[in-house]
Design a protein around this ligand. Structure first.
Ligand SMILES: Cc1ncc(COP(=O)(O)O)c(C=O)c1O
Length: 349
C-alpha cells in the first residue's frame, strides 16, 4: 500500500497537487457524527421507485483485462448516464401538487438530461440551467426531452436556477446535494452486490459526490469487506485534496475547467463529503492522457462508448491497478454522452 499518512501530510501542504503522486489510501475514514447519511432503506426504496424508468444495467465481464474486471455501463441508460436514477427518485419523492408546478435543475449536462427526461415521464414542466460551454450534444438532448434550456455564464448557473425557482414556484432538483438524488445513485451499488456478491473493489468517478456517496452507502451496508474507491481527474482533484486535509478545499472554476472530463468539474457538498469521509476507502487521480486512453480502450476492447467523465474509473484500473486493492473489480462507466467529433478525436489518438 502507498505511504498513506505521508501522502496525507504532503497533500495537505499542497505539495502533491498536479504531481505524479496520484493515490491516497483513506484506510481510517473519519465519521462526522452530525449529518444523516443515506441508508440502505432509502436506497432500496429508490430502487422500487426507479424500476421501469431507469435501466437495470448489467455487469459486463472483461476477459481482456489482467484481473477479474466487470464494467457497469450506465451509458446504456435512456439518457446515456446514471443521472436518471437520482433525478427520477428525487422527483418521485415530491408530493404530487408541488411536483405539478415543475422542476428546475442546474447541471453540466447529464443531470440536466435526466431531470428533463424524468419531468417528461411525470408530464410536468422543467427548466434546465446549463453553462454556455456545455457540449452541444447535451444541450440538444435536454431540449429534445421538452425542457426549457437556459444558458448561463460559467459559475452562475446556481444563481440563475434559484431565480427561476422563485419566479415559477417550482422545485429545485440538485445534481448531488440531496438525499433523494444520492439514494437514487446508490441503486447502482445494490445492483453490483446483487450481481457480484463477492465483489472486492468498486471504482467510481467523483465530482459533486452524489454517485460515489450512494454507491458507497449501498455497498458498505451489504458487503462491508468490499472497498469503494473514488477516481478524479488530476486537473480537478479538489476531492482528493479535501479528503487528505479532512476538510473541504475549494479549487477555482478556472482550474477545474481544465479537465476534458466536463462532468467532473463540481465540488462536494457538506452532505456528499460526509458520506465520502465515512464510507470511501481511497481515491486515485488520473491524468488527461489516461482518461483519453481509457475512452479508446473502452471502445476498442469492451465495445462501449464512454464520455471522458465516464471513463475515469476504467482509467484508474488501466493505469494504477498496481496501487489498488486486489480482487474482483467493478468500474462504473458513468456516462456516454459526447460530441461525435470529440469521440472521433479520442479514438484516433
Ligand atoms: C458522466 C458523469 N460521471 C460522473 C459524474 C459525477 O457525479 P457526481 O457529481 O455525483 O460525483 C457526472 C456528473 O455530472 C457525470 O456526468
Amino acid at each position: 500500500m502507498p505511504p498513506t499518512r505521508d501522502a496525507f501530510a504532503r497533500l495537505a501542504q499542497g505539495e502533491l497537487r498536479d504531481t505524479a503522486q496520484s493515490i491516497v489510501d483513506l484506510a481510517a475514514p473519519v465519521h462526522t457524527g452530525w449529518v444523516n447519511l443515506v441508508t440502505l432503506a432509502d436506497i432500496t426504496a429508490a430502487a422500487e421507485r426507479i424500476a421501469g424508468t431507469a435501466v437495470r444495467t448489467p455487469l459486463v465481464p472483461c476477459p481482456w483485462a489482467d484481473r477479474p474486471l466487470w464494467i457497469k455501463p450506465e451509458s446504456l441508460q435512456p439518457v446515456g448516464a446514471f443521472k436518471i436514477r437520482g433525478a427520477y427518485n428525487a422527483i418521485a419523492r415530491i408530493d404530487a401538487a408541488t411536483r405539478a408546478r415543475g422542476v428546475v435543475a442546474y447541471s453540466s449536462g447529464n443531470h440536466a438530461q435526466a431531470v428533463a427526461y424524468a419531468a417528461k415521464v411525470f408530464g410536468i414542466p422543467a427548466w434546465i440551467v446549463v453553462p454556455e460551454d456545455t457540449p452541444t450534444v447535451k444541450v440538444e438532448a435536454t431540449r429534445a426531452h421538452g425542457a426549457e434550456v437556459v444558458l448561463s455564464a460559467v459559475g452562475q448557473r446556481e444563481a440563475v436556477a434559484y431565480e427561476i425557482v422563485e419566479r415559477e414556484n417550482a422545485t429545485l432538483v440538485p445534481p448531488f446535494d440531496d438525499p433523494g438524488v444520492i439514494a437514487g445513485q446508490g441503486t447502482i451499488g445494490l445492483e453490483i452486490v446483487a450481481d457480484l456478491p463477492d465483489v472486492d473493489l468498486v471504482l467510481a468517478p467523483v465530482s459533486g459526490g452524489g454517485l460515489i456517496s450512494g454507491i458507497a452507502a449501498a455497498v458498505k451496508a451489504l458487503r462491508p469487506e468490499a472497498q469503494v474507491w473514488a477516481v478524479e481527474p488530476e486537473l480537478a482533484a479538489d476531492t482528493a485534496e479535501s479528503l487528505a486535509r479532512g476538510e473541504r478545499v475549494s479549487w477555482s472554476v478556472a482550474d477545474r475547467n481544465r479537465t476534458i472530463a466536463d462532468g467532473l468539474r463540481s465540488q462536494p457538498s457538506e452532505l456528499t463529503f460526509a458520506h465520502q469521509q465515512a464510507l470511501v476507502d481511497g481515491i486515485v487521480t488520473v491524468s488527461e492522457d489516461e482518461i483519453r486512453d481509457a475512452v479508446a480502450v473502452l471502445a476498442h476492447r469492451a465495445r462501449l462508448i464512454a464520455e471522458p467523465s465516464g471513463a475515469v474509473a476504467t482509467a484508474a484500473y488501466l493505469h494504477h491497478a498496481d496501487r489498488l486493492p486486489p480482487g474482483k473489480t467493478v468500474t462504473i462507466l458513468s456516462g456516454g454522452n459526447l460530441d461525435p467529433t470529440t469521440l472521433a478525436d479520442l479514438l484516433k489518438a
